[in-house]
Design a protein around this ligand. Sequence first.
Ligand SMILES: [Zn+2]
Length: 438
Amino acid sequence: MVVCRLLAVIRSSGGAGVPQAFETYGRTALANAWRSPFFRSRLLEAGIAEGEVPDLERFRRIRPTTKDDLRALTAEQFQSEVVIARPADVATVWRSGGVTGRPLFYPRARADYQAIVESFSRVLDMVGVGAGDLMLNSFPLGTHPLGHMFCYAAQSLGVGCIAAGSGANTPTEVQVQLLFDCRPSVFAGLASYLMHMGHVAEARGLVPRDAGVKVVLSSGEPLTPAKRARIEAAWGARLLNAYGMSECSMMGAECEARDGFHLWTDMFLVEILDADRDWAPVPEGELGTVVATPLHNSHATPFLRWVSGDIASLHATCACAGPYRAFPRLRLAGRAAGFSKVKGINVGHQELEDLLLRVDAVADFSIWVEEVDAGDRLRIEVEFAPGADQEAAAGLVTERVRAAYEIRPPGVWRPRTSRYGSATCASDRVHAHGRGQL
Ligand SMILES: [Zn+2]
């Protein structure tokens, strides 16, 4: 397979000469799709002939596939109509990401692994992690791919890897001890979880930045500027984010410019489309829906034109000088589902999180969107840092939420102590009551 050698090629070429994705690699993706009754019908509907590698314009006749399209299938239909791997070909099963609705489960074929490991390895390479580094891997170990695949990627690059998993796999207290005793140079995990670990460390009288972590690698959750600044200040480390989805694999990572993700366009065909204009492509730099096609790792679920639900813009160039600069840059604007309506006003989860974390006295928080007799209500629970003027901080939070959303939330304000004994991950902090989706 060509792709596994690209890492070396890209680095040695200084970023020049990244192949055009679809014309070069589309054949495998299409051949696999023809073997799936579900995608076969989409190809026929688009007027594409078996064996043909259409140009991009003709390829765009293929109807995009959404999560709801797959949810409309029974588990048996999914296995027989979408999945093409035989039982002997299946290496593992991944759970779909995202926080909305019923999860879907995707088999992954042995034939996919080389490309998948490559896609994760590039993230480590891009953020400067390599042989000689030791990484605490706190991504969840389970059916979600992040934890396991970063272990494989570390192995492939000669990076030491402590497979701790999330707080559910290894208690947070133990993970904090691992950081201070084994002194890994890299932390890989949800940024929210590292924030939580910082609080646990401080509650034990430890100073997070004394742990000596140099690079924090996050993925799988939105990262607001305030959250990034908080974590970098607390741990004295650079925080870089990576982008991927279970339907594809890891697809890109931030460079030093930290202005979007360089996408592995030799491995994934990424389109930015207008969902309201019959999936027409949007011009470079304009916002649209991210629609992705895995070109190599499609030997179990051969997705064609997968609608991710992410809203983003694509940019051909970047200000950085890194070896991955030839790959285009994806700037994420937020997940379409990351909004709640409260009293008729859209409340973006990321924006609200950013707003709260910009108040220095706020150590941690939970947000609840509730349905009460009088209509929707926003409830915010905030824990304050030790020594903070709680009354002033509570007033400031209330005022800023009111100014941003014209909503006055009922607040529950607590000093910072109560939750720190728990091993829960802090990433699931925006909740909904009485609603189907968030
Ligand atoms: Zn760059």
